[in-house]
Design a protein around this ligand. Structure first.
Ligand code: GLO
Ligand code: MG
Length: 344
């Protein structure tokens, strides 16, 4: 029997429901309540931005940052939770207005690298060795505003600076093609893997794949996952869904394309992802109209759909499918898949 999947969420997945066109519609949820909710939902991993872990890290000396992160580790421990990763949140800070690593302001670039090194300290103190690098504003709104050749070099410099902090730290790049920028510099898994391969220690650079980000890039999430799995580089996933090419929707896993979700679970099962030790994270948002009391239902539903799809994958009639493939009868294969998904 394959190992059981371990699930993770970030505090930003339980949120007050504000969008760019309106105020919050639910009261904020305290960090402690997030931890309690995670346990109640059967999640065992917590994903953290550096300032989720240590909220005032910009104003603290490095030793105090480490101390606060170590205290958080104890709090997680008390709940039976572990930190899955820490992500430097450069995009929320005034210095990150034009991106961090690829900002046109040299002071902002120095700040971004220093902040990222502190994020590594936070990760190690909170008990994990994984940094997630979502290059939110590393890109352009006006294409001529930055030099893409220079940008690739700057991104590499940031990766190497984080790798140099500790010999065991690993980095998972989470690519996204757009939003908040128009064109991101590392838009796909291929870009992320190519960048990692040029780092000072390619063995310590992998990827996190978010379903919606792949869809926004016009790609199939399960193929992106397969490509990373073939290279042994899929170190985490942000499963969710996305209704076509628009803003990043972070819908419940399977909500827009159930068959696409099935294919993602199928490729994870084929690779033995659960045994590889990675968490299954859901980067999902509660709907704006959702009342406060049920503002974790999107996480519960995503997990439930994932588990139901695991069962669907395991009961898929592989032998019949292989016969269809051998006969090049792809119409029969199409029907087999659809009937299997619809069967009770
Ligand atoms: C936004 C990203 C974001 C990251 C998170 C961790 O589109 O998906 O939610 O996953 O900040 O770096
Ligand atoms: Mg994400």
């Amino acid at each position: 029997m394959p190992a059981d999947y371990r699930f993770s969420l970030g505090p930003w997945n339980i949120h007050p429901g504000a969008d760019p066109f309106g105020p919050p519609v639910r009261p904020p949820v305290s960090f402690d309540d997030v931890l309690t909710a995670a346990v109640d939902l059967g999640f065992s991993g917590i994903q953290l931005h550096d300032d989720d872990a240590v909220p005032n890290l910009e104003n603290l000396p490095p030793a105090a940052v480490v101390r606060e992160a170590a205290e958080l580790r104890k709090r997680l421990d008390d709940h039976g939770l572990v930190a899955e990763f820490v992500a430097p949140r450069l995009w929320e800070h005034a210095h990150g207005i034009d991106g961090g690593y690829t900002s046109n302001c040299p002071k902002a670039r120095t700040w971004a690298i220093e902040r990222s090194k502190r994020a590594v300290d936070v990760a190690l103190a909170v008990g994990c060795d994984l940094i997630v690098m979502w290059p939110a504003r590393e890109g352009t709104a006006v294409r001529e505003s930055k030099n893409p050749i220079e940008a690739a070099r700057q991104m590499l410099e940031a990766i190497d600076a984080m790798l140099a902090v500790a010999p065991n730290v690993r980095i998972a790049i989470e690519p996204k093609p757009n939003e908040p920028v128009d064109h991101a510099f590392v838009p796909t898994i291929g870009h992320a893997l190519a960048l990692g391969a040029r780092s000072s220690d390619p063995a310590r650079v992998g990827v996190l794949i978010e379903s919606a980000h792949a869809i926004l890039a016009g790609l199939d999430p399960s193929d992106e996952m397969g490509f990373a799995l073939a290279a042994g580089k899929l170190w985490s996933v942000h499963l969710n869904d996305q209704n076509g090419l628009k803003f990043d929707q972070d819908k419940v896993f399977g909500a827009a394309n159930l068959r696409g979700a099935f294919d993602q679970v199928r490729v994870l099962e084929a690779a033995g992802y659960a045994d590889l030790g990675g968490f299954v994270g859901f980067d999902v948002k509660a709907q704006r109209t959702q009342r406060a009391g049920a503002a974790t239902a999107h996480l519960a539903t995503s997990k439930r759909i994932f588990q139901m799809l695991v069962a669907k994958v395991r009961s898929f009639p592989e032998r019949t499918a292989n016969e269809c493939i051998a006969n090049r009868d792809y119409e029969a294969l199409e029907r087999l898949v659809l009937e299997h998904l619809l069967a009770g």
